[in-house]
Design a protein around this ligand. Structure first.
Ligand SMILES: [Zn+2]
Length: 215
């Protein structure tokens, strides 16, 4: 088989379009073309507000990239995303003497659908150790919930941590923070588990709904 035919077949069987501009990528590029790669690198900047760190506003190129990575299951994009965040996240861990890194857990349904946890995969690529928090299962069937119980159930934490957090500096990691609800749930669970020293947040991107309200 000559090279040309090989390339034609490859293009036929694999969608090799760029996640961002949708143009065909070169053979040595995986799901992202050079131009878009450079754009993202240029747009990146580390923002710090209180205990929250983030690299991008969730819009334009980074939004397209994360959507393609997560929703279209383009797992290979994790290599590029890892490279973008690597230096900054390592610096944050070092400077804040982080003891425990916790990625936000996915729901079981989403995990089954996607087959991978997008944040864990990125941390694995960089070689960062982390502890897994669990998402609690809803034990009471919805139709059995009485009006008076609703509040009680809502204030119960969603996550569960089976490890010590006492006197530890903790870094919670997520790809996008939209409303901040999940982050608050995670913080609540940590505070229910023990007495952490400091809790920091690292998000690859933050949606305007969040930073306009909180940052
Ligand atoms: Zn592109």
């Amino acid at each position: 088989m000559n090279l040309k035919l090989n390339q034609i077949l490859k293009k036929f069987f694999f969608d090799s379009s760029c996640s961002i501009c949708k143009k065909e990528v070169e053979d040595d590029e995986i799901y992202i073309c050079k131009k878009c790669r450079e754009k993202i690198e240029k747009e990146k900047s580390l923002h710090v507000r209180k205990n929250i760190y983030y690299l991008f506003e969730y819009k334009n190129e980074i939004r397209k990239l994360i959507i393609d990575y997560k929703l279209n299951g383009r797992k290979e994009l994790s290599c590029f995303i890892s490279k973008i965040i690597e230096d900054e996240i390592i610096k944050i861990i070092r400077e804040n003497s982080i003891d425990v890194v916790i990625p936000i857990p996915m729901s079981e349904e989403r995990f089954l659908l996607r087959g991978f946890n997008q944040v864990e995969l990125i941390l694995d690529n960089i070689g960062i150790n982390y502890k897994k928090a669990k998402r609690k299962k809803e034990t009471i069937p919805m139709h059995k919930i009485l009006e008076k119980d609703v509040r009680k159930i809502n204030i119960k934490s969603v996550f569960q941590c089976d490890f010590s957090v006492n006197n530890k500096n903790i870094l919670i990691v997520d790809d996008i923070v939209t409303t901040g609800t999940t982050m608050l749930e995670m913080i609540k669970s940590l505070e229910e588990t023990g007495k952490p020293k400091n809790i920091y947040i690292f998000a690859i991107s933050v949606a305007p709904t969040f930073y306009k309200k909180f940052l």
